[in-house]
Write a protein that binds this ligand. Structure first.
Ligand SMILES: *Cc1c(COP(=O)(O)O)cnc(C)c1O
Length: 394
């Protein structure tokens, strides 16, 4: 890497340094803003003029085909959001009410909510500190201790039915090792790839290691459809069942209202898919700029005292969705003082999420010891990551 022209060394200068870099005129700098322009405007106008804005229209299948081609997945099923997509994918992988699903102790709350909305129970396991993902060794240990070979949790009597790893900040977790543990125990894997469109491990797109993976197109993700998500899978039967189940499970017929199971109204509307098609046009350029911004952070912050820039994979492997620093010491007081100063300077930084087993709706649910997750919550501060910020850096 070339010697950067300027290094930031002092952590307490980070707020003013970021503000000077990204907001010379003093406007607040958001954490992650969508990139929208005439491409999206034209796509939406054309969609409105077509009259097909809702559950019927050609953009949905076209968007699915673009996603499948981009990720290399056999199938993509566009849904209303990733939370709904996770719920459907878990159900189609066999998760039933009362079952437990292994999930990392730190993630966005939607990962655990998707499990709860199926009537199943999140079972929290620790993360590893290198990628912030579910720790494959901790999963293996936990399964051996609480469930043994029959996969029934000896404390709760519930069946452990699936593993739901998460790719945090867009960086892939140790997904190959997690899948190896899952195979050892005969468990299906559904990947929460909500943040990782464009991220790969060994040339395989995230979300394509388990039985299914779920992408998000919420407004803060790398591309947006307003709200939206997609299930990606190589399993055509699962994909077709997902399309059916998310469309009220209505049997195809020109007029009859025949439904063969209790479905969901979770299919992506055509107007959102039209927006998604415009965003797919932008995706390669967005990825280039996100990677340039992350590389700039990595070099500018390489001499920072008291914290390090978090980049566990190469910028080519990751979509570099959300930039972050990790404080050398897990100290919430130091973290909050830094967040306060950043906000004071107009830099709308955020911490990592709170520990899931400590969140009110999940208290009392099964949880392993989670020291790494606990430390990560106190260590991480996210930095401005919008693709447009790449234009401010050399
Ligand atoms: C955004 C996100 C979700 C939820 O996505 P929605 O499309 O908003 O439902 C789930 N998991 C993770 C890790 C996320 O970042």
């Amino acid at each position: 890497m070339a010697i950067p022209s300027r290094w930031l060394e002092k952590l307490d200068e980070l707020p003013s340094w970021l503000a000077a870099q990204f907001a010379p005129a003093g406007a607040p700098v958001g954490l992650h803003e969508p990139e929208l322009g005439s491409l999206e405007e034209e796509a939406l106008v054309a969609c409105v003029r077509s009259g097909f804005v809702s559950s019927v229209g050609p953009a949905v299948r076209e968007f699915e085909q673009r996603l499948a081609a981009f990720t290399g997945a056999g199938e993509a099923v566009a849904v209303v959001n990733a939370t709904a997509g996770l719920q459907v994918a878990l159900r189609l992988c066999g998760v039933r009410p009362g079952d437990e699903v292994i999930v990392p102790a730190v993630s966005f709350i939607a990962s655990a909510n998707a499990i709860v909305h199926l009537g199943a129970v999140p079972h929290f396991v620790d993360i590893e500190p290198d990628y912030l993902g579910l720790d494959p060794e901790a999963v293996r240990r936990r399964l051996k201790v609480v469930a043994g070979g029959d996969l029934v949790n000896r404390h709760t009597g519930a069946r452990i039915a699936a593993i739901l790893p998460v790719h945090v900040f867009g960086h892939a977790c140790r997904i190959e090792e997690i899948c190896a543990v899952a195979e050892e125990f005969g468990l299906p894997v559904v990947e929460d790839a909500a943040e990782s469109l464009g991220s790969h491990v060994a040339d395989r797109h995230t979300g394509r290691f388990g039985r299914a993976g779920v992408l998000s197109f919420n407004g803060n993700k790398i591309i947006t459809t307003g709200g939206g998500g997609a299930i990606i899978t190589d399993d055509l039967t699962l994909a077709n069942h997902a399309r059916h189940l998310t469309s009220q499970a209505k049997c195809p017929h020109p007029w009859e209202f025949e439904h063969d199971e209790a479905g969901f109204n979770f299919r992506m509307p055509n107007v959102n898919a039209a927006l998604g098609l415009a965003q797919m046009e932008r995706l390669p350029e967005l990825l280039r700029r996100k990677r340039r911004l992350a590389a700039w952070y990595a070099s500018s912050l390489s001499h920072l005292e008291g914290a390090r820039f978090f980049l566990p994979r190469t910028v080519e492997e990751s979509n570099c969705w959300l930039n972050a620093i990790s404080l050398d010491l897990p100290d919430k007081g130091v973290r909050d003082a830094l967040l306060g100063a950043l906000h004071g300077a107009g830099v709308l930084a955020r911490p990592l999420w709170n520990l899931l087993p400590a969140q009110k709706p999940f208290r009392g649910f099964p949880a392993a010891d989670v020291p790494m997750a606990r430390a990560a919550c106190a260590r991480f501060v996210n930095l401005p990551s919008s693709a447009r910020l790449a234009d401010f850096v050399s």
